[in-house]
Ligand binder design. Structure first.
Ligand code: SME
Length: 164
């Protein structure tokens, strides 16, 4: 049974809240893992129908699983593979209403039906991706894309990425 402590009247409200919450959670803290862990928890807590929310970190040319909320997931993804690797390779947010139609989608959780992946770019390098899955089709759209891109930028600006 899904239990979410926060209720919102609209998707837009939930999106605004998530951005504000991440901003507040990382204020005065630079530790990368601490901030990514709290950001994934804030999104997972606030938004309905999210089955997984977390980060893959670029290490030695591969995406390596970072802080997340949800079921245990694939540990490493090659740049160019799956939705995460495509976001990293193209540097474009991947909004996928039906993962079964995405060539090369990597099913860490067979129940997943839609996904959004936002690339995180620092000093012209992709340093991470922010990934959300859902068991619902077409769960993510423009409001979520805008919010997640803002959150990604807050984390790019507010964390010590030299720790990577
Ligand atoms: N579905 C992703 C893999 C990561 S999991 O969703 C957590 C992909 O195709 O890259």
């Amino acid at each position: 049974m899904e239990q979410k402590p926060v209720n919102f009247t609209s998707r837009e409200d939930a999106c605004r809240w998530a951005v504000m919450r991440v901003r507040a959670l990382i204020a005065g803290e630079k530790d990368l893992i601490t901030n990514l862990a709290n950001a994934s928890a804030a999104i997972f807590e606030a938004w309905k129908e999210v089955s997984w929310a977390g980060f893959y970190l670029m290490k030695e040319g591969e995406l390596v699983l970072g802080p997340f909320q949800g079921k245990p997931a694939c540990r490493r993804i090659k740049v160019g593979s799956g939705v995460c690797g495509t976001a990293a390779a193209t540097r474009q947010t991947q909004l996928v209403p039906d993962v079964h139609k995405f060539p090369g989608h990597i099913a860490c959780d067979g129940g997943s039906n839609s996904e959004i992946v936002v690339p995180m770019i620092r000093e012209d390098k992709v340093v991470a991706v922010l990934d959300l899955d859902s068991y619902s089709f077409d769960r993510y759209g423009q409001p979520e894309q805008e919010a997640l891109e803002k959150i990604a930028q807050l984390l790019i600006d507010g964390c010590d990425w030299e720790q990577l």
